[in-house]
Design a protein around this ligand. Sequence first.
Ligand SMILES: *Cc1c(COP(=O)(O)O)cnc(C)c1O
Length: 364
Amino acid sequence: MGNMQISINESQERKTKPSTDGIAFGRNFTDHMFIADYTEGIGWHDHRIVPYEPITLDPSAVIFHYGQTVFEGLKAYRAKDGAIRLFRPEENFRRMNESCDRLCMPQIDEEDALKALKTLIKVERDWVPEAEGTSLYIRPYMIATEPHLGVAPSLTYKFIIILSPVGSYYKEGIAPVKILVENEYVRAVAGGTGAAKTAGNYAASLKAQAVAEKMGYSQVLWLDGVEKKYVEEVGSMNVFFKIDGEVITPALNGSILGGITRKSIIEMLQAWGTPVTERRISMEEIKTAQQEGRLDEAFGTGTAAVISPIGEFSWKGEAFTINGGQAGELSTKLYEELTGLQSGVKEDPFGWVTEIREEAAVRN
Ligand SMILES: *Cc1c(COP(=O)(O)O)cnc(C)c1O
């Protein structure tokens, strides 16, 4: 690696681009995708951009049986001046390698992966939507492809990047959600795979989510898998609480996924001089703070929504309102700063944004 060559096979057909107005998340894909193959003893090879189409795998491929797979999620934004912006993409590929390590999957060359992503986006540049709040969602992932029913790491893999235009997460302003504190099911346990972005964690979360939805809640608040006392995450987002003016988020303990939005918010708050602490926080502490009027705000963080304020939580049959069910001042400010910086409306004092420039286009 290091001198990766990407072959480009341009699609003869071009899809009609959907209107991003009211577009469903993750159902529309661009004309091309990036693929690289891995073979034990050879390494990564055959880096290519090809038409977006179904892939063929042997029915005994390891991915289908033992879930050896990892994924990432990030977005490309169109700035007012037409430039395409990526938010901390190197963090995604670093995290992908950490996930791969946990799942006994091969490492990718992070620089090559970023180069592959930029090349693919240049090919698909017309797919990056322009309307405010819209973006091109990027899904890099790796799957174990060896035909083998033995429980062992696969000897072959595919690394793929697909792209999907997405609309604005909040159509009518940043809206708070109602969440249900989950007391039966757990998402992940210490020593398990909670800190890795791997499919099994999401399969394991569907049941609780379905139950919560049926009860009228939009997400579940996950507690630790041992004592079911300490807060871990909300849905597939990290979670923050503002109590007595201090911002608190659960410390990364091995079962929590370390979000890039989470990390950025911590760094942003530190830059602003706002007290922010990473530590263990129990449901009991949150309930007490709410009852004593000290719980100012709560919100989830992740690439999709950026900030998702929590307006109400229900725990053991009791419901608690946060900030009168409204988006708080800090949640709103963080949302505006982060989305402003991503889309280029605001300055990027942190150097988090990578612009994709047309003149550097690589065409083979
Ligand atoms: C992806 C993800 C997050 C958020 O990560 P970001 O990098 O901020 O998008 C949080 N929790 C879980 C479980 C996730 O899968």
